[in-house]
Design a protein around this ligand. Structure first.
Ligand code: C2E
Ligand code: MG
Ligand code: MG
Length: 449
């Protein structure tokens, strides 16, 4: 039996109905759980593994919107028919959710084998669907997991398949991912970091460090970029490249950013008044309409002049929801906050975006700067970016300058600003104040001489 029953066939008792999806005639998630529970009990004394999978239709919602709900239902029925027909003996397929299906392969024993089966299902679903006069195409992503030991419950198995499905979707459409131990380790590590980070944020333990940004002609420091630093007793130093994406994904970025901005503006308040503070905003903050208000309320509480603040955003940050990002940026710009485009050259680098969006400054990514001395294409790209910025009236900062030759070359090309280990590594508030005092004394000595 393959679990597939054509809709409208014969009489069914009430238990059967409770386990059936009325639209497609397939079993529903309850049937799936029942069946897997039973199989786990059967395999208690039998070491043979089995496989399950979750299949999610990519882009079903737009099809529903485009062709209408009736057509959407019809496509789901077609999908169910194709999946049902593709199941071999003993296998089960059910409709698990709106556009999600689940399958169970009791006789599949390896990761490779279930991946092959899943790939076949994706191919079967990719053939066009007739919708009246028109045709529609669909792709699907699948996450699978294998049952190996009696310690696992149906719920654990389904959670693993969900994690795998999440990875499959993140890799792009139309792929299969089988849950692995490494994924489990990675997931556990992310959860550990998430928990430690939540605690650290509420205890106020994430600190801003400050990296100088200089005028390449005079070599005078004109401002600092705030960079989040976190030390955890058990995990040690965790890089922002690791914890910022986790904070984003797990919804901690709001409170984290507020904490770091508050501390950074408290420190920068005491710097010379002509020095700016640059602060990074994450993509998800540009989707959240509270971001603008939160920043303004921190500035007013710490008494930091908004005209001394710059925010750095990346192209990825603009892409998710350009209209929302634009509104937030408008609100910030209205009070005098300037906006930089960070890491230019690594993302989509859409020139169209530079026309639609007004940036005050552009930061050239380290990747170009590091190869400027021995790579002609990098040199040409940097010169082209500089010419473009001049035309658009944008300031430019080159990131990741590590030696004098790079600094000198960039200055010759007419790049106004520079940042990198050569001028200073990120340092804490106290060390930064020391650095500023030292450079002011230096300037005074120069004036006296
Ligand atoms: P970013 O905004 O592009 O920051 C520049 C990164 O390059 C920093 O890494 C900095 O330490 C590093 N860097 C600067 N000069 C040099 C150099 O000469 N050589 C090399 N090899 N590296 C250099 P960091 O501090 O690890 O930060 C990584 C990224 O994490 C940042 O990239 C930024 O996107 C994100 N980030 C850091 N702090 C925050 C924060 O408070 N909020 C948000 N949303 N993102 C943050
Ligand atoms: Mg930055
Ligand atoms: Mg950058």
């Amino acid at each position: 039996m393959n679990g597939f029953t054509a809709s409208g066939s014969g009489t069914r008792d009430t238990t059967d109905l409770a386990l059936t999806d009325p639209l497609t005639g397939l079993g529903n998630h309850r049937r799936f759980f029942d069946k897997v529970d039973r199989l786990i009990r059967e395999r208690a004394d039998d070491p043979a593994p089995f496989a399950i999978g979750l299949l999610d239709l990519d882009g079903f919602k737009p099809i529903n919107d485009l062709f209408g709900r009736k057509a959407g239902d019809f496509i789901l029925q077609q999908v169910a028919l194709r999946l049902g027909a593709a199941m071999d003996q003993n296998a089960l397929v059910v409709r698990f959710g709106a556009d999600e299906f689940a399958f169970l392969y009791p006789m599949v024993f390896s990761e490779e084998a279930v991946a092959r089966k899943a790939q076949m299902l994706i191919e079967i679903l990719s053939a066009p669907y007739d919708v009246g006069e028109r045709t529609a195409r669909l792709s699907a992503s699948v996450g699978c997991s294998l049952f190996f030991s009696g310690d696992e419950t149906t719920e654990v198995l389904v959670n693993k398949a969900e994690t795998a499905l999440y990875h499959a979707k993140r890799n792009g459409r139309g792929g299969v991912v089988v849950y692995t131990r490494e994924m489990e380790e990675a997931a556990k590590r992310v959860t550990r970091i998430e928990q430690a980070l939540r605690r650290a944020v509420s205890a106020g333990e994430v600190e801003p460090h400050f990296q100088p940004i200089v005028d390449l002609k005079t070599r005078r420091t004109i401002g600092f970029e705030a960079l989040a630093r976190w030390y955890d007793r058990d995990l040690g130093h965790v890089s922002p490249a690791t914890f910022i994406p986790i904070a984003e994904e797990r919804g901690i970025i709001g409170p984290l950013a507020q904490l770091v901005l508050r501390k950074a503006t408290e420190a920068a308040r005491n710097w010379p008044q002509d020095m700016f503070l640059s602060f990074n905003l994450s993509p998800s903050q540009l989707v959240d309409q509270n971001t603008g208000l939160q920043i303004l309320s921190i500035l007013s509480r710490t008494g930091f002049d908004p005209r001394r603040l710059e925010i750095e955003i990346t192209e990825t940050g603009l892409m998710t929801d350009p209209a929302s990002a634009e509104k937030i940026v408008e609100d910030l710009r209205r009070v005098g906050i300037r906006v930089s485009l960070d890491d230019f050259g690594t993302g989509q680098s859409s020139l169209g975006r530079l026309r639609e969006f007004h940036f005050d400054k552009l930061k050239i990514d380290r990747a170009f700067v590091s190869s400027i001395m021995d790579d002609k294409p990098s040199e040409h790209i940097i010169r082209a970016i500089l010419a473009m910025c001049e035309g658009l009236g944008m300031d430019v900062v080159a990131e990741g300058i590590e030696d004098e030759r790079q600094a000198d070359r960039l200055n010759q090309f007419g790049c106004g600003g520079g940042q990198g280990y050569y001028f200073g590594k990120p340092a804490n508030a106290e060390a930064t104040l020391g650095y500023l005092r030292e450079s002011m004394r230096g300037a005074q000595r120069m004036r006296v001489a």
